[in-house]
Write a protein that binds this ligand. Structure first.
Ligand code: ADP
Ligand code: MG
Length: 261
């Protein structure tokens, strides 16, 4: 399966937030979405999953426009994990994760649905939290609940908006490893917005870099993530370090200016 973003534009009122965005993502591939704060990553992810239909252009799966697919079928194709959650908190972890099964449910949740939810809770290492209320959790635990919900949804494409931003080191690495393994073994696709260049170098197959509302670069992480790109996109210096574990980027700030953004 291939998800293609084709000449997509997006606006908030008169503000052109995305201009002519095109790239595609195939089965078995992790695509990272990079760019500074406000560059449009979250907007692009919402546009891809049709929460915000594009103002022009289209998003297709195997050539069929997602806007022509009804929401229930779309939910089987695409699982979305938002960046932040203004979520009614009087639900338990298990109930929240079970919502992922909604596109498949006939009358009520089956044993298979419960099984899938439990498995996802185990995968995300939160099975011990299953009966807690969402508002009783830490930010990182809550983030893992919403990843578990997407796993329970079992979609063809995962759209993850900064899914590891609140996670501790072990859970960051674990989550990326689990997601990449899933993408490889199930042949699904994944688009993940992040600021963690080192997770991108280690786990992504392709990277899309947004700058000034456009695609600044698209390619393999080791080709795209050079000190020049990092400087032009984020305005910081960086060194690339080779180690036994692969390439790493060390960003640093060499300017004397207090803050110029
Ligand atoms: P990123 O996720 O890369 O930080 P966003 O997609 O959240 O960027 O935002 C891109 C731009 O669009 C920013 O300038 C932001 O202020 C603006 N923006 C985001 N959401 C809205 C909205 N609902 N209404 C108006 N402007 C918005
Ligand atoms: Mg964002």
């Amino acid at each position: 399966m291939r998800l293609s973003v084709e000449n997509v534009y997006q606006k908030y009122g008169d503000f052109d937030v995305l201009n002519d965005i095109s790239f595609s993502s195939g089965s078995g591939e992790v695509v990272a979405l990079l760019g500074p704060n406000g560059s449009g990553k979250s907007t692009l992810i919402k546009t891809i999953c049709q929460l915000l239909p594009p103002s022009s252009g289209q998003v297709t799966v195997n050539g069929e426009s997602l806007s022509d697919i009804d929401p229930t079928e779309r939910a089987k194709l695409i699982g979305y994990v938002p960046q932040s959650f203004n979520y009614a908190s009087f639900t338990t972890v298990l109930d929240t994760v079970l919502i992922g099964r909604r596109p498949y449910v006939q009358w009520s949740y089956s044993d298979e649905d419960l099984d899938m939810a439990s498995k996802a809770l185990e995968t995300m290492n939160i099975i011990n939290l299953r009966d807690k209320f969402i508002n009783e959790l830490s930010g990182g635990q809550r983030q893992r609940v919403f990843i578990a919900r997407a796993l329970t949804q079992d979609p063809h494409f995962y759209l993850l908006d900064e899914p590891t931003s609140s996670l501790d080191l072990r859970h960051q690495l674990r989550t990326m490893k689990i997601m990449r393994k899933l993408v490889r073994s199930e042949g699904c696709g994944m688009i993940i917005a992040t600021h963690d260049l080192n997770l991108v170098l280690r786990y992504a197959d392709r990277v899309v870099v947004l700058k000034d509302n456009r695609v600044y670069a698209f390619g393999r992480p080791e080709d795209v993530l050079t000190p020049t790109t990092v400087h032009e996109v984020y305005g910081v210096e960086s060194s690339i370090v080779k180690s036994e574990q692969g390439l790493f980027i060390l960003p640093y700030d060499s300017s004397d200016e207090p803050f110029d953004a």
